[in-house]
Ligand binder design. Structure first.
Ligand code: COA
Length: 273
């Protein structure tokens, strides 16, 4: 009788110790290492001023930019400030991964984009041939990802950015894009990780920077066993197909009197299995 009671107590203790010690460990188990960064690196606050320039120079060529920033040429500094704020939010966010790539600085780079990059934009260029950031990739981790916070790199102080005045923007069109993109995201990418931004400065296009960034993202998706989604304009869609994404559908942003055709966004998905 006493023996049975002792045995039961031991069984209870073993079960309790499993619950207390093993389950929390299983729940917190670290994910496998991410893909090697290679020539890429995690963005830091010190990169934000430059990334505003890179994003303005490159995104100028996306249909979304053309549609929502019709006043860019009159207010170019505003566009740069917008992208600096956007990148700052991504860098601060523990749910996002922000990677950059570099190349040798070409002092005539601004002549290779039709975007306007004022000389006094607040970013100090390096000497010719020195390494400079030329591209950016941003991903949002899937909900519940154990990698949240693993890609923070707050090694430098954040820049003191002026307020974004929005003078380059058609606010009504920007809202329309947000609604269409939000609906597509909800319908097609629920539970997935998403590729949020990819851009390379045009002076450094066609040197495989874009593919290197996009390939890192799909390598992460494969390690995590989680499909990845992206909403892409024309240049992005071509690049993403190139690295293995599949075209799922299209969604249309309606135009208006000044631009009746609007534009379409491709919905693509990288399948891990
Ligand atoms: C889309 C974008 C990021 C691509 O950047 P990139 O650094 O030029 O990309 P890559 O060099 O890796 O590849 C681009 C193309 O050049 C080709 N290419 C790569 N290296 C090359 C080389 N050495 N010589 C010639 N062509 C080359 C690639 O095969 C690819 O062609 P494909 O798309 O027809 O298959 C860039 O064009 C961009 O910033 N566009 C504007 C912003 C934008 O639209 N972003 C996407 C939003 S969804």
């Amino acid at each position: 009788m006493i023996e049975e009671t002792v045995r039961q107590a031991l069984r209870r203790l073993t079960a309790m110790s499993f619950l207390q010690n093993v389950l929390p460990f299983l729940a917190q188990k670290k994910p496998p290492p991410p893909p090697p960064l290679g020539s890429l690196r995690i963005a830091s606050p010190g990169d934000i001023l430059r990334l505003g320039v890179v994003a303005t120079a490159g995104f100028f060529y996306s249909e979304q930019f053309m549609f929502e920033r019709p006043f860019h040429k009159n207010f170019p500094q505003d566009t740069i400030i917008f992208f600096r704020h956007e990148v700052e939010n991504f860098v601060k966010s523990s749910e996002h991964i922000v990677l950059v790539c570099t190349d040798k600085y070409a002092p005539d780079e601004s002549s290779k984009t039709e975007a306007i990059i004022p000389l006094d934009n607040g970013w100090e260029p390096p000497r010719a041939g020195e390494e400079v950031i030329v591209g950016l990739g941003v991903w949002k981790l899937n909900p519940g990802s154990k990698r949240v916070g693993d890609f923070q790199n707050d090694t430098a102080p954040y820049p003191d950015l002026p307020r974004y005045e929005g003078s380059d923007l058609d606010e009504e069109r920007a809202k329309r894009i947000e609604v269409v993109a939000g609906a597509a995201d909800h319908k097609y990418f629920d539970g997935l990780s998403t590729m949020e931004r990819i851009v390379v400065h045009p002076a450094y296009w066609k040197r495989s920077h874009g593919s290197t960034i996009a390939r890192w993202g799909v390598a992460l998706a494969s390690i995590d066993g989680i499909d990845q989604g992206v909403l892409a304009t024309t240049m992005g869609a071509s690049l993403f197909t190139h690295v293995g994404y599949q075209h799922i559908s299209e969604t249309q942003v309606e135009g208006d009197e000044r631009s009746p055709e609007g534009f379409s966004l491709a919905i693509l998905r990288y399948r891990v299995a």
